[in-house]
Design a protein around this ligand. Structure first.
Ligand code: UD1
Ligand code: UDP
Length: 393
């Protein structure tokens, strides 16, 4: 009998990360591992959810919790209530969670409390800023996980500092968690989907009229969206960069940010007239559309974790619209510059990058086969747990 894995997803980046591991299970491990996708419903607009299932060959969710939006506590609690019942009924062999969203935390807490092993993909990342809800989600998820896959060596070091010692594959269980440096499944996807993006999204791209260069920007962190002064400063910085480079800014907009721009626009004309600043708001892009935007732009300016890395995959200079990042190797290598929401720092970074070659070497995020490696390690753990259980009976 194959082992059963319940994969918990709910937010846009998790659909994308899950695509890589699902593909590896399907292609290489289908006789040993059976995956069931559980969609919490954290993201629910079709452009934030369905489109990724359609494009990225992810199995349709076997279970959908439809939790929708709410405050952090209410949202996480309703996910946990539903997940606990599901896990008790279905008894998966393990629960797989990705990244650092409320769906990640809900999956990890619900499973660990009823002794189902938790596997965390994208473990060990730290911004060292607990004002980020994601930082709290990451720390708690790591500390209830049994198998922790870090995308970077920095992730391994961060976990060692928090007391994770074991790196040899001996006994692995909730009290003896194993940390493994796997590389980053998002890099697997960047390699895998590039050609398909050229085939499937090129007609859409041509409708943008982007032939003479453009800046790609994304903004969705709560720290940036919920404070009108920060949001205004970011948009002014984008507009200044557009003038300096003589290129439009394309801003595929997260629904959270769109709502805030509309809300602030009711009392402040700045927010209603972004087109005159050469900022073009687009609906959230599909993944394949995003690949073309990233691969063909001149600059990327973002507060997204995933988009920072994709800038590096496509060798584009990146301005990180945050005070810090957990992807420290990007900043240390010079591939990205932290500019926060500071117009002046944005201007300086654009000028700096305009006058130099792309600085960073390849290789920070693995070899493009991280998902296969992760599946192999998961199977090894499940087999050895089964063997020990059989020895004990
Ligand atoms: C969440 C994650 C964040 C991740 C991001 C990816 C948490 C705490 N945050 O942030 O780490 O980077 O997803 O995109 O889990 N909304 C819609 N339609 C949707 C989804 C959201 O309109 O399909 C609006 C709602 O007004 C909602 C708001 O966006 O209240 C925020 O959504 P939520 O999922 O709570 O957080 P994100 O900002 O998307
Ligand atoms: N992404 C997308 N469409 C968009 C913006 C982002 O497909 O309009 C993809 C992006 O290419 C990356 C992932 O979503 O693969 C990053 O997710 P997001 O920025 O929502 O969250 P974060 O990575 O910050 O948690």
């Amino acid at each position: 009998m194959p082992f059963t894995i319940f994969t918990i997803v709910g937010a846009r980046p998790q659909f994308i990360k899950a695509a890589a591991v699902s593909r590896a299970i399907r292609n290489l491990y289908s006789s040993d591992l059976t995956e069931f996708i559980v969609h919490t419903g954290q993201h629910y607009d079709s452009g934030m959810s369905d489109v990724f299932f359609e494009e990225l060959e992810i199995p349709k969710p076997a279970f959908h919790l439809h939790v929708g939006s709410a405050s952090h506590g209410a949202q996480t609690a309703s996910m946990m209530t539903a997940l606990e019942t599901l896990f008790l009924n279905e008894k998966p062999d393990l629960v797989l969670v990705y990244g650092d969203t409320n769906s990640t935390l809900a999956g990890a807490l619900s499973a660990s409390k009823i002794q189902i092993p938790v596997v965390h993909v994208e473990a060990g990342l730290r911004s060292f800023n607990k004002a980020m809800p994601e930082e709290i989600n990451r720390i708690l998820t790591d500390h209830v996980s049994t198998l922790l896959f870090t995308p970077t060596q920095t992730g391994v070091e961060n976990l060692k500092r928090e007391g994770f010692g074991q790196t040899e594959n001996t006994q692995v269980d909730a009290n003896h968690p194993l940390v493994v440096h796997s590389g980053d499944v998002m890099y697997d996807n960047a390699l895998y989907f590039r050609k398909l993006a050229e085939e499937k999204a090129n007609d859409w791209f041509r409708t943008l009229g982007a032939d003479n260069g453009f800046i790609l920007a994304t903004i969705h962190r709560n720290a940036n969206t919920d404070d009108p002064n920060r949001l205004k400063s970011l948009l002014t910085g984008l507009s200044n960069a557009s003038k300096y480079l003589n290129q439009p800014v394309f801003l595929p907009l997260h629904p959270r940010t769109l709502k805030m721009i509309q809300q602030f626009g009711e009392s402040d004309a700045f927010f209603t007239d972004l087109a005159s600043r050469n900022i073009r708001i687009l609906p959230p892009a599909s993944y394949l559309q995003m690949v073309l935007l990233e691969a063909r732009c001149t600059f990327i300016m973002t507060d997204s974790g995933g988009v920072q890395k994709e800038a590096y995959f496509y060798r584009k200079p990146c301005l990180v619209l945050r005070p810090e990042t957990e992807w420290v190797e990007l900043v240390q290598s010079g591939a990205a510059i932290l500019v926060d929401a500071d117009e002046k720092r944005m201007q300086e970074a654009v000028a700096f990058f305009s006058n130099q070659e792309y600085p960073a070497p390849d290789g920070f995020y693995g070899d493009g086969k991280s998902a296969e490696f992760i599946c192999g390690e998961i199977l090894q753990m499940l087999k050895s747990q089964k063997d020990s259980a059989n020895c004990g009976t």
